[in-house]
Each structure stands twice: as C-alpha cells, then as structure tokens.
Design a protein around this ligand. Structure first.
Ligand SMILES: NC(=O)c1ccc[n+]([C@@H]2O[C@H](COP(=O)([O-])OP(=O)(O)OC[C@H]3O[C@@H](n4cnc5c(N)ncnc54)[C@H](OP(=O)(O)O)[C@@H]3O)[C@@H](O)[C@H]2O)c1
Length: 355
C-alpha cells in the first residue's frame, strides 16, 4: 500500500489509476507465496496475478538450469572419468602431433610415447625439432619417432606429411601447432597474417582430411584432436586473427565430429587456459596477456586433460580462464559483449600503446 501512495503522489491520481493501484497492491499482498521474478520489476499500475509470476519464475529458472546444466553436467562427468590410453582405445600404433618441437605439442608427444605409441613430430624444420625427436628416441627405446620439418603456414606441407606417413597407419592426430600475432590487425603485413591463418586453421583442416580419409578407407578407429584455445569463444581484440582461427578450428571440430563419431573417429577441440610455453615469447607483451599469464600452468599438465575428453565430448575447456569466459558469455550475449568492448577499448592500455 505504501508503494501505491508513493506512486500516487508522483503522478496524477485518477479513479482508474487508483483502482489499478489497489488491485496491484492486493495481488502483491494477498499471495505472499509467490515471490517470483516479476515482483522484482516495478510495474505499479499493472496487476500481476500470482500464477503468471510463478510461471515466469519457473520458465527463467528452467532456462538457467538448461543453459548451465548442459555445460556443467558433461563437464563434471568428463572430469570424473579417468584420462585415457589411446593406444588401447583405438588399438593404435602411430600418432602424429603438429607443433611437437616444444610446449604443449612436445608434452603430448611424450605422453603418447609413454602409452606406447610411435610418434611423428611435425614442426618447422629447426634444430629444436631435431632435439625433441632425439630426446624422445633416446628416452623411449623400442619406439619409433619421425620428424617432418615443414612450415604449416606455407602450402606444400601436406605433400610432405602425406609422403612421410604413407607407410604407417596414423590413428591419433593432434592438430596442435599454432602461434599468435598480437597488436593491431592493420599493422601486420598481409603475408604474415596469411601464414598465421594457414598454420592455425587451414593446415589443421587439410591434415584432418588426409588422415580421416585414410582411416575411413581402411576402416580404422581413431581420433583427431585440436588444440584450440579459450580465445575461440570470446572476442580477442589485439589478437584478432588468433581468436578467429581458434573459433574456426573449434567450429570445424564440432561439425566434422558429428559426421565422424558413428563411423569410428572421435573428434575433440580442447580449449586450454594460459600455458607457460614459448608461445608468448613471440608476441607483444599485452597487458591483458600478462594478467592471464598469472594463471598459467606448465605444458606437462595439459596432456592428461587433453586425452580425458576424447570420444566423450566434442569440446572441452581446460582451466579457470577458459571456463570463466564460457560462463561470462552465458550471461552476456557474444555480440553485446564485443560491442561493449568496442565502446571502451580506446581507454585500454593495450590500445593506447598503439601496438
Ligand atoms: N600457451 C598458451 O597459453 C596456449 C593457450 C591456449 C592454446 N594454446 C595453443 O596451443 C598450441 C601450442 O602452443 P604452445 O603453447 O605449446 O606454444 P609453443 O611452445 O610456441 O609451441 C608451438 C608449436 O607450434 C609450432 N609452430 C609454430 N608455427 C609453426 C609453423 N608455421 N609451422 C609448423 N609449426 C609451427 C612451433 O614450432 P617452432 O617452435 O619451431 O616455431 C611449436 O612446436 C597452439 O596452437 C596455441 O595456440 C596455447
């Protein structure tokens, strides 16, 4: 009733409005059992029947439950399951890892070798690739390690990979190579952007095509795993192409994964949070990256988490940053979030540095 009087003072008090205020006050006061969401909205002149209030509350609660439950339930179940031995799972002998000369890729190669798989290491033809191959060969006697030194940013690599693997059945494919160009998009030469695009996105698609067709032809079971990123699911200003290429591989994995699952090939895109690897050495020191680096984990912590979801879910977020951004974008619409950042970006330190 207090509410009605207060409103009445502010506005012209007509008999119709007075009746509406009365009805509304009665509706609000008589049905104390309905403490629904609509009562939080100040609509003084429209009486809200309790059952509508209750219905709206249930609908919203259900919406929230589905939006969060379809994320958290598979996530929790996957997390409770043990990590997997891919050699046993697919009765496999060979795995291929791109970007295997350092960081996450090298850790993956070690993990797969520990499971008894022979590994093909693909990376730029540099001493670091030779060292990684030598290190693995010495550590895992009885297993075979091959290196294929190619630049995945420049066409020509697919023939080299096809030739280097023609005598073996690769059943576990890890599209992991990638790098990030930071700073303003327009300040990068187009050629560099195209190399980045090819390495992070297009090469992964082509390599997948090569091995998936071979596996299907021979009726072999196997998996294709993409090292995507938390950046796949959020706007990434100052590394525009990076976020876009990671969104590409995550989307591609989700699409092709649907086609391949029932034909014996598991596909999975993993979204790691920051990892303390060489990755950031090649990038500008962005304030935003420096902040997230505080939460970085070691590359050796990734393989178990990357093998766990294979065949169980198509997307898997690893670590607090990836999960946090997925949650944030369940609250805020992606387009709204990007628009909001665009309005304030010029106040950001990274923008002012005009990288
Ligand atoms: N570090 C993170 O915080 C983080 C987070 C989420 C996702 N990721 C993703 O994880 C993947 C691995 O990154 P990382 O952290 O392990 O970084 P990293 O230590 O720099 O490893 C990247 C690997 O990719 C190779 N590579 C880069 N450009 C290549 C090219 N053009 N052709 C062939 N190989 C190339 C590198 O070889 P060279 O060493 O010879 O260049 C290296 O073996 C990347 O796809 C990255 O986007 C990283």
């Amino acid at each position: 009733m207090d509410h009605a009087i207060r409103i009445g003072r502010r506005r012209r008090y007509t008999p119709t409005r007075a009746a509406a205020i009365e009805t509304n006050a009665r509706a609000n006061s008589t049905d104390e059992r309905t403490m629904g969401v609509l009562r939080l909205i100040p609509i003084p002149f429209i009486p809200i029947p309790g059952f509508i209030d209750a219905f709206a509350t249930y609908v919203l609660a259900l919406y929230g439950l589905i939006a969060l439950g379809t994320y958290w339930l598979p996530k929790a179940l996957t997390q409770l399951m043990p990590t997997q031995n891919l050699k046993k799972k697919y009765d496999a002998k060979w795995a291929l890892v791109t970007g295997a000369s350092s960081g996450i890729g090298k850790s993956l190669a070690v993990k797969l070798a520990e499971q008894g798989l022979n590994v093909i290491l693909v990376a730029i033809d540099e001493p670091i690739l030779d060292e990684a191959t030598k290190e693995l060969s010495e550590r895992f006697e009885g297993l075979e390690f091959r290196k294929i030194g190619v630049n995945l940013g420049k066409p020509g690599y697919l023939d080299a990979i096809a030739e280097g693997t023609k005598d073996v059945d690769v059943q576990c494919v890890f599209n992991n190579a990638g790098f990030m160009l930071t700073g303003f998009f327009d300040k990068q030469p187009l050629e560099r952007l195209m190399i980045n695009h090819e390495c992070n996105a297009t090469s992964a698609m082509q390599i997948t095509h090569l091995f998936v067709t071979r596996m299907l032809e021979k009726k072999l079971r196997g998996c294709v795993v993409f090292t995507s990123s938390a950046a796949a699911c959020q706007p990434t200003p100052f590394s525009a192409l990076y976020g876009a290429t990671k969104a590409y591989v995550s989307s591609f994995a989700a699409n092709v994964g649907v086609e391949l699952k029932s034909r014996g090939i598991d596909v999975c895109a993993v979204h790691p949070s920051p990892v303390a690897s060489n990755f950031y050495d090649k990038a500008h020191k962005l304030d935003s990256l420096n902040f997230f680096m505080n939460f970085a984990v070691k590359p050796e912590e990734l393989p178990d988490e990357m093998l766990r979801p294979i065949g169980r879910v198509l997307w898997h977020d690893v670590g607090g940053v990836a999960i946090g951004f997925r949650m944030l974008l369940k609250i805020f619409d992606y387009g709204f979030f990007a628009t909001l950042i665009s309005r304030f970006a010029h106040f950001m330190g990274d923008f002012k540095k005009n990288l």
